[in-house]
Design a protein around this ligand. Structure first.
Ligand SMILES: [Zn+2]
Length: 94
């Protein structure tokens, strides 16, 4: 099922709708036509895929961190930066 990413304009106020994930216009808050937004099922698929991608990216980043050669005696703990970016990659569960 192809996921539409072509920007469209709100038929009510002409605002360029940048995402098809919200059923309402971000400017005038009116309902957008159904063909401009993803259905609930499509959103579910999209979110599931994004969760999967984030999890994989986080895992990859973590493995990369573990694969780093240890420096100094006994090695070092993962840097604060890497821990932060790992958290960012996982993000809040939607
Ligand atoms: Zn609008």
């Amino acid at each position: 099922m192809p996921i539409q990413v072509v920007p469209a304009k709100c038929p009510h106020c002409g605002f360029v709708v940048l995402t098809n994930r919200h059923p309402k216009c971000e400017r005038c808050d009116r309902q957008l036509p159904k063909d401009m937004v993803l259905s609930e099922a499509e959103l579910e698929t999209l979110f599931a895929r994004e969760r999967q991608e984030r999890a994989e990216a986080a895992q990859k980043a973590y493995r990369k961190e573990l694969a780093k050669p240890a420096t100094g005696i006994g090695g070092e703990a993962p840097s604060v930066l890497s821990v932060l970016s790992l958290g960012d990659l996982i993000g809040p569960d939607i």
